[in-house]
Design a protein around this ligand. Structure first.
Ligand code: GDP
Length: 184
């Protein structure tokens, strides 16, 4: 695991980075209601809160969590649904993010189309070496599926992203998603 870039030391200089000082900023993007907050809460607290409200307008969630291997992760969700009036804040949000997770809802083609917008935003504002994942959430709602797995895969491959389908409700693939933190 190469931690040099994140800890600010050069991994080639032989100095082992101190895992205890590893801080990772992870941003989640995607339309309101796709389940970003639920994904983070499921991972961080092992809970699913079905009363979690759909975000209207802008909201911001920032949660810093110490993982078992002493990595500290700052999860940030900037939920503006891509509203133009927040565009000026975008560079702040993306700055220093090592990981970006773009979420859509597999029952919502609109949210999948919007994922493309968020990927473009990342390419514009994100660090060139940011690790990106495309995530199709609400995979428990198979009978309501409107976005094919293959479409998600194709989109991810086209943009050099990891791909996964998750369910914050059943916890399916949630831990696997955050394994991404081990490859940066
Ligand atoms: P956010 O706006 O992207 O942060 O979305 P939320 O996390 O607030 O979730 C929006 C709604 O989707 C809530 O009513 C959740 O209960 C529901 N939800 C989130 N994840 C899942 C999931 O994996 N499966 C199902 N069935 N519902 C989910």
């Amino acid at each position: 695991r190469n931690m040099g870039r994140l800890s600010g030391t050069n991994s080639d200089n032989g100095v082992a980075p101190d895992a205890k000082n590893l801080r990772v900023k992870l941003v989640l993007l995607g339309d309101s209601g796709v389940g970003k907050s639920c994904i983070v809460l499921r991972f961080v607290r092992g809970q699913f809160d079905p009363t979690s409200k759909v975000t209207v307008g802008a909201s911001f969630l920032s949660q810093t969590v110490a993982l078992q291997d002493s990595t500290t992760v700052k999860f940030e969700i900037w939920d503006t649904a891509g509203q133009e009036r927040y565009a000026a804040l975008a560079p702040l949000y993306y700055r220093g993010a090592a990981v970006a997770v773009v979420v859509y809802d597999i029952t919502s083609p609109e949210s999948f189309a919007k994922a493309q917008y968020w990927v473009k935003e990342l390419q514009k504002h994100g660090s060139p070496d940011i690790v990106m994942a495309l995530v199709g959430n609400k995979a428990d709602l198979q009978e309501k599926r409107e976005v094919a797995v293959q479409d998600g895969l194709d989109q991810a491959e086209k943009n050099g992203m990891l791909f996964m389908e998750t369910s914050a409700k059943t916890a399916d693939n949630i831990n696997q998603l955050f394994e991404i933190l081990r490859i940066i």
